[in-house]
Design a protein. Sequence first.
Length: 270
Amino acid sequence: MRIDSHQHYWDFKKCDFYWHSPKLPAVLRGPYGPRDLARSLRKHHIDKTVVVQAADNVAETDYLLDIAHRTPSVAGVVGWLDMDALGFARQFGRYRRDKKFIGIRPMFQDRPAADMLRPQMIESLKIVADHDFPFDILVYAHQLPYALKMLDRVPKLRAVVDHIAKPVIRERKMQPWKKHMAEMAARPNVYCKFSGMVTEANLKTWTPADLRPYIDHVVECFDTSRVMFGSDWPVCLLAGSYDQVVNAIPKHLHTPAIFGGNAARFYGIR
């Protein structure tokens, strides 16, 4: 089974997307749904996808779950829940009963890094870890030190780093991202997604060679057993097509594990 571990669907009329504005690039204005992605999935023999949240409200989580239940190609949803709320455990318990709800992602990239260490956040993360439930870490490279401290406080958390932690590829900057990712990979229950790389490179002039040093380092640290492919479609359209994103991954890494098996194991996709 081939899996795209990271893509989005959205309709700005369905719920509030805080990043939606008149200045949004035309290619992202959508809406985007399963029909828009179907052709690319067929072309690249992708059997299932993981749809990931893009708004910080449960209305979007409900919207994505509705899509998941109606769309055979959707393996499940990584949704948003209010992890800052005292009632998180109750909310988490309710959503966890839905078999299509397979992961949680707060939007750390748009918050002060120190929010990862807030007492209520840590308590909520411990609940997630106690249930061995998948957790997506969405951060920029400069936030990685806080993500590492967060994992130190919740060492049992089964987590995956989205978008290889968004290093500044357009500037060819490797450090301290390189050091921090090695520290992240030293935790055996942490995975990494080959996703979102093209939009961290120069949107107009990037080539696969620009991504290669970052890809090589991730493989060196995480091995091929803890890395998974994700297209980040339709966000990727800012820099390239679905075809270009797939082809940016070196051919020797087009393995059943990276393009399916690792995501299936991490998210419990059967």
